[in-house]
Every structure is written in C-alpha cells, then in structure tokens.
Design a protein around this ligand. Structure first.
Ligand code: ADP
Ligand code: MG
Length: 357
C-alpha cells in the first residue's frame, strides 16, 4: 500500500470525527438537560436540615426527604435531654440506682458514646448531663443570668460522672455512679445524620448531602462534579473556608457561637470542659472531616475542649486526620491533611495559620 491513500483516508476520518463530535455536542446542548439536584429544607433536630439528592427522579427524592426527616425527628424526640423522652426515663432509672432494658437503637447509641468517650480520654463526656443542666443549657431559652455558683460546679466535678461508670451488659444498662446523667447533645446530630444517610442508601440513593445547620454528611457527587460546602466563620457572617467532598465523608464543626449566654460582658457557651466544669477555654471553633458523622460530631466537641495545646493528641487518639481549630486569638491551626482540602477565605496578612503534620 502506498503512503498517499492512507494519508488521505486519515484526514477524511479526522474531518468526519470533528463533524460528528460537534454535532453531538450541539444536539446534547439543545435537547438534553442534565439531571437536577433535588433540594429541600425540613425542620428536624430543632434546626433547619437541608437535604440535597442527585440522580433520582423528583418523586423518589421527595419520598426520601420525608423518610429522612421522620427518622431524624424520631431520634430528636427519643433523645431529648429535658423534654420527657426515652432518655429522660433512662436517666431517672439510673439516678434511682435501677437498671434499664434498652432497645437495639438505644444500645447502639449508648455504646457509641461509651467508646467515643474512652477514645477522647473523657474530654467528650456525655455522662456530664448534670453539669450541662447546671449551666442552664437544658432549656429552650437560656436567659442571660449569672453563671452557677462555684461550689455547685466544684461538687459536680468531684462527683466524677463518666461514661465508664455505665455498665452495659447485653441490653441491660446500669450505673455505678448516681451522678451520671446522659446527654447525647454532643453526638446525637451526627448519629441522626448517619441514620438519615443509611435510610437514603436503603432507598437506592447514592448521591446526597444531609446538612443539619452546617454539620453534614455527603455521599457520592453530582454526576461527576463534587459537592462543595462552606465552613462558617466563628466571628463573622459568611464562610471562613470551603472544600469539596470526596465520596463518603462528614464535616462537623463545634463552635462557641452555637449556644451561649453573656453575663457582665463575658461569653459562657455550651461546650463544657469536664475537668473544670466550665465552658471550655481557648477555642472558637473546631472543624473535623471524618467518614461517619457520629465520630466527627463527638471529635469536634472533644477537640474543641482539648484546645490549642492538646488538640493533636486528642485527634490522634480518636483517629481523626483532618482537623481545623480556630483558637481564641483567631489563629487557625490545621493538620496538613486538612490544609490540603480547604480553600481559606481569609486575609493571610492578618490571620495567622499554623499547619502541623
Ligand atoms: P454544636 O455543634 O452545637 O457546636 P457540639 O456538637 O459541640 O455542638 O455539642 C454541644 C452539646 O454537647 C452541648 O449542648 C451539650 O448538650 C453537649 N456537651 C457539652 N459539653 C460536652 C462534653 N464535654 N462532652 C459531651 N457532650 C457535651
Ligand atoms: Mg459535637
């Protein structure tokens, strides 16, 4: 075969290819709309929960949103810390020295709390309900009144309520310390988000975000495009950083701005350091990326309490690699893994950033 006809043939195929390619591009631009993200807000867990679903039809997505919101609402009611709930019943029984029979869901949540508390060296301490109540956070509205008396705080710190004082024998829960009062506020949102994602998966949905007031778990993507999310600035309106999610992961933030009261110019927030019995000092917010939401939620609380001096140790003990901590002076501390994920939305001249391996 001579080289000439072969060259002509190649040229013609190239021209054909270009014509077909651009025709297809034109047709798809005119005729085909890409699938839309179905997005709906529901009131659940006492907050606005934003649910985004991609890749299924609207009817299926709407059904899924209802199922998720019902599931999350049930968890909220069952585990309410101060309105009569299954949890308040459990706490009454424990305070009276009785054992309680748990259902499988209760067993799972309590066991998760025991495990996470242990990993955090009890900085994450869902047994510290009495302290949280003493500070006035077991109410819908915390009036700006004086903080509790030092003697009351000290008495509860001495009472040493810890998750390790619980005895979980099969489905039988007891406590060796009557001061234990369970408060799942530090990880219930994460647990509810995990349950919501599990419900979506059972319905055949593999691309979604459940975002509960800024704390979220994402799965899949939007037809090859990643979900993009923002991390709230602890002192200004708007976001301090944004990132794209990779597959299945949760992003949770604990902040001193979420629930607090002010008294004589001082801020008293709702994340209580079990060692002092007082709102944890030294941190404004902590953001965690981790696969499951329950762990991310608990770790954000624990690492917040650990503060700028102990955060790396606590993160390591809890198996968390991606951490961003904003301390009381506004300095941003990040693990290297986190720094590779976030796009900071700050003036680097005025905000100090410390990246550690
Ligand atoms: P947010 O996401 O609202 O900033 P967190 O996830 O940090 O909140 O949880 C704060 C809640 O956790 C408090 O309202 C209280 O119910 C509970 N809590 C407070 N201190 C602790 C603690 N040391 N360990 C576990 N739970 C805590
Ligand atoms: Mg938390």
């Amino acid at each position: 075969m001579s080289p000439l006809p072969r060259q002509r043939l190649t040229k013609r195929s190239f021209v054909n290819f270009v014509v077909i390619f651009f025709s297809l591009l034109f047709l798809s631009a005119c005729g085909q709309r890409p699938p839309q993200v179905y997005q709906q807000q529901v009131l659940a867990l006492g907050t606005l929960v934003d649910i985004s679903i991609y890749g299924v039809d609207e009817e299926q997505a709407a059904k899924a949103v209802t199922a998720v919101s019902n599931k999350m609402e049930a968890i909220h009611h069952n585990w309410h810390a101060w309105q009569p709930s299954k949890l308040t019943y459990i706490n009454q029984q424990l305070a009276a020295g009785s054992t309680v029979t748990l259902n499988p869901e209760q067993q799972q949540l309590i066991q998760t709390g025991i495990t996470l508390a242990k990993k955090s060296n009890d900085l994450f301490n869902p047994a510290a309900g009495k302290l949280i109540a003493l500070w006035g956070f077991h109410s819908d509205e915390r009036p700006d009144s004086a903080p509790p008396a030092a003697s009351d705080i000290e008495a509860l710190v001495q009472a040493d309520a810890r998750m390790s004082k619980l005895t979980l024998d099969g489905n039988q829960l007891g406590s060796t310390n009557p001061a234990v009062m369970i408060d799942v506020g530090g990880y219930a949102k994460g647990y509810a988000v995990d349950q919501g994602i599990a419900a979506l998966r059972r319905m055949g949905i593999s691309n979604a975000i459940i975002n509960a007031g800024g704390d979220l778990r994402a799965i899949g993507d939007k037809g090859g495009r990643p979900w993009r999310i923002g991390i709230r600035h602890p002192r200004q309106p708007g976001v301090i950083a944004s990132l794209e999610t990779h597959g299945d992961e949760s992003i949770f933030t604990s902040g001193d701005y979420e629930r607090y009261f002010e008294y004589q110019g001082q801020r008293f927030h709702h994340i209580i350091d079990p060692r002092t019995g007082r709102p944890a000092q030294g941190t404004r917010s902590v953001t965690i990326i981790h696969k499951d939401a329950s762990t991310a939620d608990a770790a954000a609380t624990a690492i917040f309490i650990a503060g700028p001096t102990l955060w790396r140790e606590t993160a390591r003990a809890m198996g968390i690699k991606e951490v961003m901590l904003i301390d009381a002076t506004g300095t941003i501390h990040m693990t290297e893994a986190m720094s590779q994920r976030v796009h900071l939305n700050i003036d680097t001249k005025t905000t100090k950033t410390i990246i550690v391996p």
